[in-house]
Design a protein around this ligand. Structure first.
Ligand code: NDP
Ligand code: AKG
Length: 389
């Protein structure tokens, strides 16, 4: 069973030629890895980043399997990636890349097979192109082939903020677990993209002082707490948190070592590692990003008694509302924002309760408990289907 679950069921690598706006030709590499289908169609985001590798996509696909099982949504796990820096390409070029990538992987995807969604460097516009390309091939509109779509194209209310909403739910529960009152608690958020931005907003709205946030260019900090709505306006206008008048410049790496109640890494993998985690002074870490903590760092945090809410639990709000979007698209019947938020809250609370109870039962940290619960569910599905004697 270990060997079975340790190996992706399917991996595809594709070449994506692009004619640039100036007539030059470039060729990119893309991947789609489908780790598991035992509990339903594969599900997971599509990443555009110059750092994408097949190994990274494999790891992200496997995490999706555990995440979906942990939250009890009827999916397996998948992930996709294109090795491209989207900031250096025009919208028309990104559209051509997305359409070609979609054409290449289209035999493998579909509402009953594998359902992509946004991740780093992609957004609802990317999902609209993907959905359109797939639909043109099928000869009819297939809303359920992707989630994270614009509202006007069968997207769900609450999907854009869902991952961050889930991060906030888990953060509130984790701070409560440590006896830390929300009002006046301090927080630092790494990353100010689709996840970090709304996480900072929801934390500030709940009365926490968000004392620092960062993007890939650096960090801004204010001891009394940043004015997050003003910072959002600044980022919309300039494209970065840097030069925000309401804060001081801080080195991006230093943000991780601030003395805060809550640290939310919401950017990329491996930022908490053996080289810096000994200096981390946060009491609670809630992983908005996938894989921000290396195994070595995890052990350092365990010994220091830092409460770590693992990615497959903490950032699962996104896939939960993706599931809601798929259900709504398949039924062609849309829910209100309140319905989406209430159902998300129920699922996140339930997952938090089951993971903490399992951790207490097994006497292990939350990551081990969450993974054990999830793997058990997937293994059971394998066995019940008869795929494993
Ligand atoms: N979107 C979703 O629904 C979900 C996302 N996740 C995970 O959350 C993480 C963030 O994804 P998402 O917000 O969607 O991606 P985005 O592309 O929207 O945002 C990524 C953010 O991270 C910043 N960043 C990149 N590198 C660094 C760095 N070294 N230090 C600090 N900040 C950095 C980027 O900076 P800049 O703005 O300057 O580019 C940007 O603000 C990823 O790990 C993703 O897999 C998990 C579950 C669901
Ligand atoms: O919404 C989804 O389907 C997947 C989001 C995602 O890629 C993730 O949770 O890491």
């Amino acid at each position: 069973m270990h060997q079975l679950l340790g190996t992706p069921r399917r991996e595809v690598t594709v070449s994506i030629p692009l004619r640039r706006d100036n007539g030059d030709i470039e060729v990119f590499t893309g991947h789609r890895v489908q780790h598991n289908f035992s509990r339903g169609p594969a599900k997971g985001g599509l990443r555009y980043s110059p750092d994408v590798t097949l190994d990274e996509v494999r790891a992200l696909a496997m995490w999706m399997t555990w995440k979906c099982a942990l939250l009890d949504v009827p999916y397996g796990g998948a992930k996709g990636g294109v090795r491209i820096d989207p900031r250096h390409y025009s919208p028309a070029e990104l559209e051509r890349v997305t359409r070609r990538y979609t054409s290449e992987i289209s035999p493998l995807i579909g509402p009953e097979r594998d359902i992509p969604a946004p991740d780093i460097g992609t957004d609802e516009r990317t999902m609209a192109w993907l959905m359109d390309t797939y639909s043109v091939q099928q000869g009819h509109t297939v809303l359920g082939v992707t989630t994270g779509k614009p509202l006007s194209l069968g997207g769900s209310l609450g999907r854009a903020t869902a991952t961050s909403r889930g991060v906030a739910h888990v953060a509130f529960a984790a701070l409560g677990d440590r006896g830390i009152a929300l009002h006046g608690a301090t927080a630092a958020v790494q990353g100010f993209g689709k996840v970090g931005r709304y996480a900072a907003r929801f934390l500030a709205e709940a009365g926490l002082e968000v004392v620092a946030v960062s993007d890939q260019y650096g960090a801004v900090a204010a001891e009394a707490g940043l004015d997050i709505p003003a910072l959002e306006q600044h980022v919309d206008a300039t494209g970065s948190v840097l030069d925000f008048a309401g804060g001081d410049v801080l080195d991006g790496a230093a943000l991780l070592e601030l003395e805060v109640d809550l640290l939310v890494p919401a950017a990329v993998e491996g930022v908490l590692h053996g080289g810096n985690t000994g200096r981390v002074r946060a009491k609670v870490i809630v992983e908005g990003a996938n894989g921000p903590t290396t195994p070595e760092a995890d052990e350092v945090l365990r010994q220091a008694d830092v409460l770590v809410a693992p990615d497959i639990l903490a950032n699962a709000g996104g896939v939960v509302v993706s599931y809601f979007e798929w259900v709504q698209a398949n039924q062609a019947f849309w829910w209100s924002s309140d319905e989406v938020e209430a159902r998300l809250a129920t699922r996140m609370d339930l997952a938090w309760q089951s993971v903490t109870a399992h951790a207490r039962r097994l006497g292990v940290p939350l990551r081990a408990a969450a993974t054990a619960l999830a793997v058990e569910r997937v293994a059971q599905a394998h066995q019940q289907r008869g795929l494993y004697p």
